[in-house]
Structure formats: structure tokens, C-alpha cells
Design a protein around this ligand. Structure first.
Ligand code: SF4
Ligand code: SF4
Length: 278
């Protein structure tokens, strides 16, 4: 069973819920796909057994061979190449825009003028957090997109025999789409605020468009606040759990301590319900 945990925006408690689900699950694997800000490790405290560099192919121009025909720049949909012919005779490459699509290398007509080379853009940390298999993807600061790193992480490490909890990036970007693509269920974490609801609606639209089953967990729920409940009722979306606002959780979170044991029973029930819904 593969469960992605995501939220419309950062700071809603997505990692709190993802780690609580991983702790409550039997035979769990936790994949931290929030590669620009992976923080599941602060709560699960894994022993990292290996660190594996993640590389992508980028173009390298040999200006001695280049004929400055501009075919590579024309082929680049991301404007990562600028060719300056006579008298400058220069090709500029902006690696932060490059998506490693390979189009420039494909169209270049001169052998050896443009070759693809590996560039390290991130890494994977692999280890164990008690019984939980732990993997996190970490994108180097300044890199444009974590999408391919996430795709590689899922392909390389995801274990179908486990209950896999994918801690997604927040929002509705390509990285989120990549994370939740192909999972069995998506947990949407939201806070009962107008901003929280607005972002939740965007995420609901995304998962509906992708045809994925999903449910909501309300974080920092308050008895007198029915903002998310009213929306969910109207849209016929199941609220899987309400994690009441708790000073203990807020204080613990800032120290990297979450009360996993206290909530293990509740999150086992959430997992059971997700299984039924799948
Ligand atoms: S396609 Fe090749 S030869 Fe043409 S400008 Fe680009 S690198 Fe130079
Ligand atoms: S690999 Fe793709 S994105 Fe990168 S420079 Fe070449 S054409 Fe542009």
C-alpha cells in the first residue's frame, strides 16, 4: 500500500502526519520526497547507512568544435542555452534552467561540440528509523526542480512489499504530481484557516484530476471551528482524522519530538480506514 501525504502549503503539519502514519504502520517505509526541505529525519531520527549521490546529465559545450548554428538553443524549451556567434563565438549555459531533457545533444550536428556530462544535483540518504525503512531525497540548494530526483527515488527505492508513506512537497507543483503519481491513496493535510482551506481546494482539484482516492486530515483542529468540515461535507470528502491543536505537539515539534506512542492507536485506525477506502 502506497500512501502519499501532502498539503496545499508548507507548515500545515504534513510531516507530523506522515511520520505518525509511518510510526503506526506495520512494516513501513518512509520516503521523504520533500527534497527541497526534507525534515522527516528530525522526528524519525534514522541511522543513515548510506548516502548516494544523485546526478543528472547536462550539456557541456566544446567551443573549439562548435559552429554556433544555434540548433541547441532553438531546441531548448527551457531557455537554458544562449548561442552568440561572430564575433563573440560563445555558448552560455544556465544550469539552473536545465531540465536534463537531452534535446540539445540530440540536435547538435557536430560531433563533440556538445556532449552530455553528469552533474551532481542532490543525494539520497538511506537508513533505518527503528523498524521503519527510511529514504530521503535532498536537492542541492539552487537546483531548479526536484521532479526527476523524486522519480528516481521512487523507482530505485520504493518497496512494494511495505506500507510506503511518501512525504510529499507541499503545493501543486510538478514535484507534487511526481510524488503522488501512482500511489494508492493521498492524505491531504490542512489547517482550519481561510488560507488553509483555499490551498486545500487547489490540492483537491489536483488529486481529483489525477483520479486518485483521497481523504483529509485536519491538523490543529479546534472544536468550535468547522471551516474544513463544512467544505468536506459539501464536497463529499471524508475527514480521516482531526488532530486537535495541542501545545504538547507544538512545543515538541520545535524540539524534534513528536508524541508517536500517544497517537499510534489513532493512526493505526486511520491506516485501517485508508485500506478500506482503497
Ligand atoms: S548545436 Fe552544437 S554546433 Fe550548434 S551551436 Fe549548439 S553546440 Fe554549437
Ligand atoms: S538538456 Fe534540455 S533543458 Fe538542458 S540545456 Fe539541453 S535542451 Fe535545454
Amino acid at each position: 500500500m502506497k500512501i502519499a501525504v501532502t498539503s496545499g502549503k508548507g507548515g500545515t503539519g504534513k510531516t507530523t502526519i506522515a511520520t505518525m502514519l509511518a510510526k503506526a504502520a506495520e512494516n513501513a517505509q518512509y520516503l521523504d520526497c520533500d527534497a527541497e526541505e526534507p525534515n522527516g529525519k528530525f522526528f524519525l531520527k534514522p541511522e543513515i547507512e548510506k548516502t548516494i549521490p544523485y546526478t543528472e546529465l547536462v550539456p557541456k559545450i566544446n567551443e573549439d568544435r562548435c559552429i554556433f548554428c544555434e540548433k541547441c538553443a532553438d531546441a531548448c524549451a527551457y531557455k537554458a542555452l544562449v548561442v552568440m556567434g561572430e564575433p563573440l563565438k560563445k555558448v552560455m549555459f544556465f544550469d539552473e534552467l536545465c531540465h536534463s531533457c537531452g534535446a540539445c545533444a540530440y540536435v547538435c550536428p557536430v560531433e563533440g561540440a556538445l556532449v552530455e556530462v553528469e552533474q551532481e544535483v542532490g543525494l539520497f540518504n538511506v537508513g533505518k528509523a527503528g523498524n521503519i525503512d527510511f529514504v530521503e531525497g535532498v536537492l542541492n540548494i539552487g537546483e531548479a526542480s526536484a521532479t526527476r530526483l523524486i522519480a528516481t527515488m521512487k523507482k530505485r527505492f520504493m518497496d512494494d512489499k511495505k506500507t510506503v508513506i511518501l512525504d510529499s512537497p507541499p503545493g501543486t507543483s510538478c514535484s507534487v504530481v511526481e510524488t503522488i503519481d501512482g500511489v494508492d491513496f493521498v492524505v491531504l493535510v490542512s489547517e482550519p484557516t481561510p488560507f488553509g482551506l483555499s490551498d486545500l481546494k487547489l490540492t483537491v482539484e489536483l488529486v481529483k484530476n489525477m483520479g486518485l482516492p483521497f481523504g483529509i486530515v485536519i491538523n490543529k483542529a479546534e472544536k468550535e471551528n468547522s471551516l474544513i468540515d463544512d467544505y468536506a461535507r459539501k464536497e463529499n470528502i471524508e475527514i480521516l482524522y482531526r488532530l486537535e491543536f495541542s501545545r504538547q505537539i507544538a512545543e515538541g515539534y520545535s524540539k524534534g519530538i513528536l508524541p508517536f506512542d500517544k497517537y499510534a492507536g489513532d493512526f493505526k485506525k486511520v491506516l485501517k480506514r485508508i485500506e478500506e477506502l482503497i
